[in-house]
Unconditional design. Structure first.
Length: 241
């Protein structure tokens, strides 16, 4: 594959822009910039990115600050007024004199990776992710707040396992995160236009698809395990919705 082809296969799936005071500045300030956050259905690609930011930076936030971060997330989730400054930072609209950081979720074929800016302090980035919730619909806020709390418990690489953990799903492909129901219908072979198949239809197509991928029936033994996991997750999505 050429460099051009490799670049063309990459896509920005979600992106957030934070503006923050520099570490040497006495007055600590924080502002939000542009947001590209698909969060429907939740957590969506945008929710996964916010969780990744929190997971990436929270481990380096001083432990005495962590309980207040938890309280701040709870207040934002409830839509309460946040008195400023909070956690030694002032959240504001003005960006004058602030430095810019951008965090992205990149899609490459059916896998994802994250790009994080290195400027600012870990606490500034965690706070930025929390304050993004305030810009979202109250219903979405209530669903994403637990995702951020869950992300704070992650200790490990931010890979496909992290994405599956945060999404609460055994499937971590881009299609599965962007629209789980459409992905599940397509994976189980339902024709276009199918809206809500019956439990019997789901079970029947699951069994047929499982037979096709199983090594005992000619399926590839190298990919069988992943295919079986995806089929099982697709069945769960359709039967649970």
């Amino acid at each position: 594959m050429t460099t051009t082809e490799a670049q063309s296969s990459s896509e920005v799936l979600a992106e957030v822009e934070f503006w923050h005071s520099r570490p040497v500045t006495p007055t600590r300030r924080l502002s939000l910039g542009g947001l590209h956050l698909p969060v429907d259905p939740t957590p969506g690609l945008g929710g996964i990115l916010l969780g990744a930011i929190v997971a990436n930076f929270s481990a380096n936030v001083h432990e005495e600050m962590i309980p207040d971060v938890h309280r701040l997330i709870a207040q934002v989730e409830k839509g309460e007024r946040i008195v400023q400054p909070r956690l030694r930072h002032r959240f504001q609209a003005d960006r004058h004199g602030l430095a810019r950081s951008v965090h992205r979720m990149i899609g490459e074929n059916e896998s994802v990776r994250f790009e994080f800016s290195e400027g600012g302090t870990p606490l500034q980035h965690v706070l930025g992710a929390v304050y993004v919730l305030e810009r979202l619909d109250p219903t979405i806020r209530k669903k994403l707040a637990p995702v951020l709390l869950k992300a704070m418990t992650w200790r490990g690489p931010l890979n496909q396992n992290f994405v599956a953990y945060l999404a609460g799903s055994n499937a971590s492909s881009i299609a599965a995160m962007a629209d789980p129901r459409a992905w599940a219908l397509e994976l189980l072979g339902f024709p276009p236009g199918t809206v809500k198949p019956s439990k019997r239809e789901v079970q029947m197509r699951f069994r047929d698809s499982l037979r096709n991928v199983h090594p005992d029936h000619g399926g590839d033994s190298k990919t069988a395990s992943g295919s079986i996991n995806d089929l099982s997750e697709a069945r769960r999505v359709l039967l649970g919705s």
